[in-house]
Design a protein around this ligand. Structure first.
Ligand code: PSU
Ligand code: MN
Length: 307
């Protein structure tokens, strides 16, 4: 069984010459967004990263082959696949052994990106502790505690218990910084009423924190919570009752486990008349752009062998 990753030649070259790279997850393609917005988003965030002078590395699995840097055809195959798996740490070996296809979650992507040597990763919202089901804790948190990457997100998904999620990140030793804000964003919203532990104001400041963290041998990720762009963001007081409604519907339908996040995201889209989808797309692109800026700032330091 050949389990080696297939790393796109452009990415191999970039790794070799310390050019800025940004890893991208694919569960957002297979389970987070509907067709065809999922494919459009996958393409447009790659373009956004290139426009900022970095190289995108979309990570996923096709027919049991782990791919770092999926090309346009491979992204389309994954976006259109009806039987795509959602791949976290527990699923990776099974998907490879059975030659299945799927999108990697934040957890799955962290494992692969780390193995490839990529240092920056942009996503929408991380998983965390679910509301009313505190035993359902995303594997994203554990992987953030053990993979040294800078992860740019818009906070944890608003469908979660945000306080519990950030408390657990503290326990796991993951530095969490809001970008140019004193408050943590709540995915669709710029505000959450939860003060940020750290505030960082520039890509350079973020790269310096990473440099210090990893020089100290602390192998945890650094989480950057980037508020969604103002014109697409939804006010937290408006969105929160809708989230509660979607969670009640999930409970009535008996949805649980890894089906919970995709179900809630789909319900949110219906209940907000598409506003949540627009916010989701806008924040993904916004995070990709910041990821590219950080990768550029960090690549300079990498070239100096500081991290
Ligand atoms: N954020 C989104 N859409 C998504 C996800 C996050 O806007 O689809 C995915 C991410 O891949 C994340 C996963 O890692 O949901 C978390 O799922 P769970 O809660 O089952 O661990
Ligand atoms: Mn879960």
């Amino acid at each position: 069984m050949d389990l080696s990753m297939r790393i796109h030649p452009e990415i191999q070259e970039a790794l070799h010459s310390h050019q800025p790279l940004v890893a991208l997850e694919t569960t957002v393609i297979t389970h987070g967004l509907p067709w065809p917005e999922n494919l459009q988003m996958a393409d447009s965030i790659e373009t956004a990263i290139r426009a900022e002078g970095a190289i995108p590395a979309t990570i996923g699995v096709l027919n049991g082959q782990i791919i770092v840097g999926m090309n346009a055809q491979e992204r389309e195959a994954l976006a259109a696949a009806e039987d795509a798996r959602k791949i976290s740490r527990r699923d990776l070996a099974f998907v490879c052994a059975q030659k299945l296809s799927g999108g990697t979650t934040v957890a799955g992507t962290l494992i692969i990106a780390r193995r490839a040597g990529i240092k920056v990763f942009a996503t929408g919202g991380i998983g965390g502790v679910h509301r009313h089901a505190a035993y359902d804790i995303s594997a994203d948190l554990l992987e953030l505690s053990r993979n040294p990457l800078i992860v740019v997100c818009a906070g944890a998904k608003a469908i979660l218990d945000l306080k519990a999620t950030f408390e657990l990140l503290e326990t796991l030793g993951v530095p969490v910084a809001a970008y140019q804000s004193d408050e943590l964003p709540a995915f669709y919203s710029r505000e959450s009423s939860i003060p940020a532990h750290l505030r960082l104001n520039s890509p350079e400041e973020i790269a310096r924190l990473a440099q210090a963290q990893w020089q100290l041998g602390l192998e945890n990720a650094i989480l950057i919570a980037n508020p969604p762009p103002e014109k697409a963001a939804l006010p937290f007081e408006k969105i929160n009752p809708i989230i509660e409604q979607a969670i009640r519907q999930a409970a009535e339908k008996g949805i649980e486990g890894s089906d919970m996040t995709p179900y809630l995201l789909e319900q949110m889209k219906i209940l907000t008349g598409g506003d949540s989808l627009r916010a989701n797309l806008a924040l993904l692109e916004n995070n990709a752009r910041l990821g590219a800026q950080i990768a550029r700032a960090a690549a300079f330091k990498l070239a100096q062998k500081d991290i």
